[in-house]
Ligand binder design. Structure first.
Ligand code: ARG
Length: 275
């Protein structure tokens, strides 16, 4: 099968170094408070991810990490922006609640329209945007973290259709652990992470999606960041790298073994800013 050449688009990202990263509470099945994190290695791996994105030509903003907020490295959860409008986050768990204000402060320093959320939602953890699918489509996950009422709120704030997808496997508690945008119109996803009805919806909307399997999901292979051509994903996800290569994309791997202890990988650590 031949593919038209995949074209990268320059992106702007926001990341937060894991300076205070630990696993001191467990709010997802990957977190084991008895297994120590190697802080030096975590920071080194994060820096490699940061430099990889910068070397691909993207602009990477850095948010100041805060003591007492060990999950702040998972910057994707702090907000969701589309075309200059930011829909703020509201965390489900009290341990992470204070992160939202630091993200809001970041947006206050730029030319963004910021909307305060009334409902629980964990930003890009549960929202994805496809600017060239159906004129601009938002995919939204619920079932574990984000309140489905936030999906309707996001649609009102952002003025794009929001398609709600139900997550059913606690290991894949955020949409970004089970589905990723590969470019402006196509996605990859792990079907079994979704309800049967949501799988039906995904098949209808994305007949050409790259389908991932259980091993890809377990290796956090869906938790990827793509610029439309270069697909940055974690080293462990070798099968996923093969699948995106077969679909005409260029996999770029980064070892993020330490962040996995927190239940996240590449995408969790990167918020895309859409000015
Ligand atoms: N420990 C964090 C939590 O459970 C991990 C968040 C991962 N982020 C993501 N976008 N999936 O909230």
């Amino acid at each position: 099968m031949s593919h038209t050449e995949r074209m990268p688009r320059t992106r702007t990202y926001l990341m937060c170094p894991p300076e205070h990263f630990t696993v001191e509470y467990a709010i997802n099945p990957w977190m084991d408070t008895t297994a120590p994190v190697d802080p030096v290695l975590a920071l080194k791996q994060w820096q490699m991810l940061h430099d990889t994105l910068a070397d691909l030509g993207h602009q990477v903003h850095v948010l100041s990490p805060q003591p007492g907020l060990p999950d702040m490295v998972f910057a994707a959860n702090g907000a969701f922006s589309v075309d200059g409008t930011v829909y703020g986050a509201r965390f489900k768990h009290p341990q992470r609640a204070a992160e939202a204000a630091f993200h809001q402060l970041f947006y206050a320093s730029g030319a963004w329209r910021f909307a305060d959320p009334a409902f629980v939602n964990e930003g890009e953890g549960d929202f994805a945007y496809l600017p060239n699918a159906y004129g601009g489509l938002i995919l939204a996950g619920y079932g574990f973290r984000t309140d489905p009422a936030a999906h309707a709120e996001a649609q009102e704030v952002l003025g794009r259709p929001v398609v709600s997808l139900k997550l059913v496997d606690p290991a894949y508690y955020h949409l970004d652990t089970a589905l990723a945008a590969l470019d402006d119109r196509n996605v990859t996803y792990y079907p079994d992470a979704f309800s049967a009805a949501s799988q039906r919806v995904l098949r209808q909307l994305f007949p050409d999606a790259v389908l991932a399997d259980r091993a890809d999901a377990e290796a956090f292979g869906l938790n990827l960041v793509s610029d439309g051509r270069n697909v940055v994903l974690n080293t462990e996800a070798a099968g996923m790298a093969d699948k995106v290569r077969a679909a005409g994309y260029t996999p770029v791997t980064v070892d993020l073994s330490e962040l996995k202890r927190g239940g996240g990988s590449v995408k969790c650590a990167v918020a895309e800013l859409r000015p």
